[in-house]
Design a protein. Structure first.
Length: 305
């Protein structure tokens, strides 16, 4: 299969002038820090708006979104270049199937990365969920754990949470800011538990949360920019936060053979083998030897009686 084609990022010109100016400034900020390529991995459950968010960032319908096919069936990499800078965004299938984490999807994602980006890096991971999902349950924790097992705990150093469907009226007479704070904190707590981030490590795993509204009903400001209920233009705000994560001083995730092969089930119990053998010797083999020795002694004694 041929590598995804890198196209000129002409659709950046489709954004309102105010948004264009902010995006160009952010790309310039990356280039001044010698960041000429940025690779973003987009992950999460199906139907939460991963593909729509990719389309919004690029400014074009680069990934198919359909009400009858709520998620991309396989990983897709969209690559755009502008003035010597290359942006790669990898859209991925939802990680849940039949109420469980689908390990085969994670294997497919790693295989895709190995095919097209071997010995290159994941610079930012967008973990996408919905703002209007009011509960966090054990399945969310299992998703975080599966991502951590596949890509290493360090992936959360380069991660941010993206909450879609942000154009909403909060329930229970809560203010928008309070509802966003509660939803964010519940997801961050879930990430810390699923990724096994200790209290001592929380400060070093500073995971930002961004709001997104991909639908056509998103409000606009006087400059024709799509804005959140807080009046913040969300596309440059999202790209700004991506830029901050890229430049946060933490190492990007190298796509190497170890990552591609994933957690090896054959190696997981090897450290316990000496303990198991010692247990068998002390509590199984040795008692049996003692019984046999006693039986032989009794037989010998009977023979001479």
């Amino acid at each position: 299969m041929a590598a995804p084609l890198v196209k000129e990022w002409t659709t950046i010109q489709q954004f309102p002038a105010a948004t264009q100016e902010k995006l160009v400034d952010l790309l310039g900020k990356l280039k001044t820090q010698d960041v000429n390529t940025l690779t973003i991995l987009v992950m999460g459950k199906g139907g939460v708006g991963k593909s729509s968010t990719v389309n919004s960032i690029i400014g074009d319908r680069v990934v198919t979104v359909s009400a009858f096919q709520p998620e991309t069936p396989r990983p897709v990499m969209v690559s755009r270049s502008r003035s010597g800078f290359t942006l790669n965004i990898i859209d991925t299938p939802g990680l849940i199937e039949g109420g469980y984490v689908n390990d085969q999807v994670l294997d497919t994602i790693r295989s895709f990365l190995g095919r097209y980006l071997m010995m290159k890096t994941i610079d930012v991971m967008l973990y996408v969920d919905r703002l209007d999902a009011y509960r966090v349950d054990n399945l969310d924790k299992q998703i975080v754990k599966a991502i951590t097992d596949s890509f290493g705990k360090e992936i959360w150093h380069k991660a941010m949470i993206v909450l879609t469907h942000a154009q909403l009226v909060p329930p229970d007479a809560l203010s928008y800011e309070e509802f966003f704070s509660r939803r964010s904190e519940s997801l961050l707590k879930c990430v810390r538990q699923g990724a096994r981030i200790s209290k001592k490590e929380v400060q070093s795993f500073d995971i930002p949360v961004a709001l997104v509204e991909n639908s056509g009903r998103c409000s606009k400001n006087d400059f024709d920019e799509k804005i959140l209920p807080t009046s913040v233009p969300w596309i440059p705000n999202l790209v700004g936060m991506i830029t901050d994560v890229t430049l946060n001083g933490k190492k990007s995730i190298m796509i190497d053979k170890k990552l591609i092969e994933g957690p090896n089930a054959n190696d997981r119990g090897k450290i316990f083998i000496p303990l198991i053998l010692a247990f068998q010797y002390l509590f199984v083999i040795k008692p049996i030897q003692k019984l046999i020795k006693n039986d032989v002694a009794r037989e010998t004694k009977s023979a001479w009686a």
